[in-house]
Design a binder for this molecule. Structure first.
Ligand code: SF4
Ligand code: SF4
Length: 292
């Protein structure tokens, strides 16, 4: 049966990608995804070689055929977003940065000069990495369809897993608790939250755990750099204990981890002292809980 693990953090910079890269390195027979479509960084370690690239059609946008336009100005009058400009040289024309893609101009134009066409909002990829295949994507600058693109990445990963007869997908989730995170965790078999013992880290952990509880998803927690603040680490343990959320790993602070990142290596493939051992145990524990 296909299982899907999504690794999230509540915010960036908690070491989520470090943990995800360790899963990539240690777990055989799986598909990886990078669901951080706004600012993907897993590729820095996994160094994918692109095998397939596809456009991401995130919606529809208006396109004006100037040969049909009579410059009546009706579209400009009706547009609520002031997205139709006029100049002597160009006549009436659409400003794509102000446009909300509502389609009203296409509806009101008496000449049929405006039609709604597919909008390319980014691209998605299937790549080969030294750790198996990966599905990832890139959203166009200023585009706001990241939830939809995350869903597409997960769908493609499922398709690929079925084609290759693999039974595990590991998603590197986006930061935050917004729409892309919801898209990355909905329907997952399990969510692993990577947090750190800071006030902001605890706050973000609580928010992301609430989100998972709302969707009734099994949650595990990993405390990264637990040794930098033992008081806050204890607060996280207590929070998890009260909600019956297992803490499956406590990773100590280790300066060598940055060296591993600079060398584009996972902490399990680079001498990182105790961290390498603890992260190996973490991966084993999560796989056991996933039934793998
Ligand atoms: S409503 Fe149609 S014909 Fe009139 S200015 Fe707009 S595009 Fe041109
Ligand atoms: S699609 Fe809507 S927002 Fe965009 S130009 Fe037409 S009327 Fe304005």
């Amino acid at each position: 049966m296909l299982k899907e693990l999504t690794i999230v953090s509540g915010k960036g910079g908690t070491g989520k990608t470090t943990v995800t890269a360790a899963f990539a390195s240690l777990v055989p027979e799986k598909i990886m995804t990078d669901c951080d479509v706004d600012a993907a960084d897993l590729h820095l370690i996994l160094q994918p070689e692109i095998l397939r690239e596809e456009k991401f059609i995130g919606g529809r946008m208006p396109q004006m055929d100037k040969s049909l336009c009579t410059d009546c100005g009706l579209c400009q009058q009706e547009c609520r977003f002031a997205a139709i400009d006029y100049s002597e040289e160009r006549g009436y024309h659409i400003n794509p940065f102000a446009c909300d893609n509502c389609g009203l101009c296409a509806f009101v134009c008496p000449e049929g000069a405006i039609t709604m066409v597919d909008a390319v909002n980014g691209a998605w990829y299937i790549s080969r990495t030294p750790y198996g295949k990966m599905v990832h994507a890139k959203l166009g600058i200023g585009e706001d369809n990241s939830g939809k693109l995350v869903t597409l990445v997960r769908q493609q990963a499922k398709k690929l897993a079925e084609e290759e007869n693999l039974s595990l997908i590991i998603n590197d989730g986006p930061p935050g608790i917004g729409c892309p995170v919801t898209a990355a965790i909905t329907g997952a078999s399990m969510v692993l939250v990577v947090t750190e013992p800071t006030i902001a880290g605890i706050h973000d952990l609580e928010r992301v755990c609430e989100l998972c509880r709302h969707f009734q998803l099994p949650v595990l927690v990993c405390i990264n750099k637990y040794s930098i603040n033992l008081v806050n680490t204890q607060k996280i343990r207590q929070y998890c204990q009260e909600r019956e959320i297992p803490v499956v790993g406590e990773i100590p602070f280790e300066p060598q981890v940055n060296q591993a990142l600079v060398a584009r290596k996972s902490v399990v493939d680079f001498p990182c002292g105790q961290v390498s051992r603890v992260v190996r145990q973490l991966v084993e524990e999560v796989l056991a809980r996933l039934g793998k």
